[in-house]
Ligand binder design. Structure first.
Ligand code: HEM
Length: 542
């Protein structure tokens, strides 16, 4: 037998029998037959031909032929690490989730990624970064699938294929790789001005992180927490790196992309190997669960908006440490399957139309990417909690299910009983803890008017930057738009920029050799800064 793999908390994160697979004392076939030679095919005579009956030859090459699985359709390039999360109990009054109770230690697995580049692209490309965390809680897996930028490009998931088609390399030349310097990207974000807020973050140093260890993470959407009494609040989730948030400058990012395209994954793995374990505080912003789901005039269901921390301060609810590198990139980092719908009792979704679409997309794509519906049985995806489902058969079914009656109720073998109450007499109601009203008489594709302001928060972000950070943003727009071929696209983006900030637009226009357009009339401005005093600790909703 080989070494067991355990976290500092003592729980096996990769089941020991999986960790020691392929660790025998001599070479064998996949069937365990000992092999004396793996370098020469079986031939008819020394000069051949090669014989079909050489099973080892065929098994070796056939398996190799099928080694690649499709890369993720987005976030293809990533690096990951194991760790653990310790709750401080500050969230207990808001949520019944067991892993957030004071002192609870939960194993985690985190995958950081770029969004647009392919699996082999450079780490330091200008891009949003993924920050996806799997919590292996006693109540099942909880995934927080976030990014390092607090807002998203679009407001409705139905546009996700469009923004990604626009952001990925052009279909004809397959360029550029992992950059926003191209016509289709700017075409999309200038036509869908809701993307301007995310785009200005992309043009800032936030899109060039110094290290995965020095990156903030955001759940972006508003979620609903439900406590043991059924009381609810709305929250946004934040990860705050203990090392601080740091960026590269563009020239560094470009040089590193050439000299060490693996810069971020090397940095993460080396730091962990050296015992310099990165840590993040996990925090929430809390808002009252009002009927209109607005806070300080900001629509909490609009994922292109954030709530400034001056208006809703962060409350730290625990800390995560990453302290173990994966044993095998493919088995863990590549095969891990995150899903915003992997929720535990006490954490509910809201009706954010971007989040609702995500709830469909991840499972759907993983059925293709991971070869069928049984990928929850892959060691990295297995819950650290009992599993007793009624899911049967299918490709890559590894479980040997006992019993004859995978339905309930049944009178034969007990089947799958509901759990004893986890939270009160009613038992846990995973996925929806509290019923929510819907507008039953209206079916519409229209959005609320509160989704129409596309520029105030982009302006607010730009004006919150220091002069040198603003200069980086100006140069980034100039560089990226300088690569665009179509003049009409550059002009349309300048129109969006002038609605954000005239000085910014004037700089970029000059660099591009174009005129500065006049600002559009009636640009909504709901910038709430200064409009409200900060919510104080004793005014917190619950
Ligand atoms: C993958 C974040 C919106 C579809 C990912 C990953 C992250 C992420 C971090 C990589 C997970 C990993 O490391 O394995 C986000 C955030 C969003 C967002 C923060 C908005 C707030 C969407 C939307 C859709 C979508 C709207 C589709 C409608 C996907 C798909 C994958 C993915 C298909 C690949 C999943 C896989 O192959 O396992 N996303 N995403 N995402 N996302 Fe999103």
């Amino acid at each position: 037998s080989g070494p067991e793999t355990r976290t500092p908390t003592g729980a096996p994160t990769t089941a020991p029998q999986d960790a020691v697979a392929q660790q025998g004392h001599y070479l064998t076939t996949a069937q365990g037959v000992p092999l004396a030679d793996t370098d020469h095919s079986l031939k008819a005579g020394r000069r051949g031909p090669v014989l079909l009956q050489d099973h080892h030859l065929r098994e070796k090459i056939t398996h190799f032929d099928h080694e690649r699985i499709p890369e993720r359709v987005v976030h293809a390039r990533g690096a990951a690490a194991h760790g653990h999360f310790v709750a401080n109990g500050e969230a207990e009054k808001y949520t019944a989730a067991a892993f957030l109770k004071a002192g609870t230690v939960t194993d985690t697995f985190v995958r950081f990624s770029t969004v647009l580049g392919s699996r082999g692209s450079a780490d330091t490309a200008r891009d949003t970064r993924g920050f996806a965390t799997k919590f292996y809680t006693t109540e099942g897996v909880y995934d927080l699938v976030g990014n390092n930028i607090p807002v998203f490009f679009i407001q409705d998931a139905i546009k996700f294929p469009d923004i990604i088609h626009a952001g990925k390399p052009h279909p004809d030349r397959e360029i550029p790789q992992a950059q926003s310097a191209h016509d289709t990207f700017w075409d999309f974000v200038s036509l869908h001005t809701e993307a301007q807020h995310h785009t200005i973050w992309n043009m800032s140093d936030r899109a060039l992180p110094r290290s995965y260890r020095m990156m903030q993470g955001f759940g972006i959407h508003t979620f609903r927490l439900v406590n043991a009494d059924g009381a609810t609040v709305l929250v946004k989730f934040h990860w705050r790196p203990r090392l601080g948030t740091h960026g590269l400058v563009w020239e560094e990012a470009q040089l590193i992309a050439g000299k060490d395209p693996d810069y971020h994954r090397r940095d993460l793995a080396d730091a962990i190997e050296a015992g310099a374990y990165p840590e993040w505080d996990f925090a929430i912003q809390v808002f009252p669960d009002t009927e209109d789901q607005l806070f300080a005039g900001i629509d909490l269901l609009d994922p292109t908006k954030l709530v400034p921390e001056e208006l809703a301060p962060l409350k730290v609810i625990g800390t995560m440490t990453l302290d173990r590198n994966p044993l095998n990139y493919f088995d863990e980092t590549e095969q891990v399957a995150f899903h915003p719908g992997h929720l535990v009792p006490g954490i509910d979704v809201t009706s954010d139309p971007l989040l609702q679409g995500r709830l469909f997309s991840y499972l759907d794509t993983q059925i293709t990417r991971l070869g069928g519906p049984n990928f929850a049985q892959i060691p990295i995806n297995r819950p650290h909690a009992d599993v007793n489902d009624m899911l049967r058969d299918g490709l890559h079914q590894d479980a040997v299910h006992s019993g004859v009656a995978p339905y309930r109720p049944n009178s034969l073998d007990g089947g799958c009983p509901f759990p004893a109450a986890l939270h009160g007499d009613e038992g846990a109601q995973a996925f929806i803890d509290v019923p929510q009203p819907v507008q039953q008489d209206v079916v519409t594709r229209a959005q609320p008017a509160s989704f129409d302001d596309h520029f105030s928060q982009a302006r607010q972000f730009y004006r919150s930057l220091t002069p040198i950070e603003q200069q980086h943003v100006k140069q980034a727009y100039s560089f990226e738009l300088g690569k665009v071929y179509e003049q009409t696209i550059k002009e349309r983006e300048l129109q969006a920029l002038v609605n954000i900030d005239v000085d910014l637009a004037a700089f970029v226009a000059e660099q591009l050799g174009l005129d500065v357009p006049a600002a559009s009339e009636n640009v909504p401005d709901t910038d709430p800064s200064g409009a409200l005093s900060m919510i104080t600790d004793d005014e917190w909703p619950v």
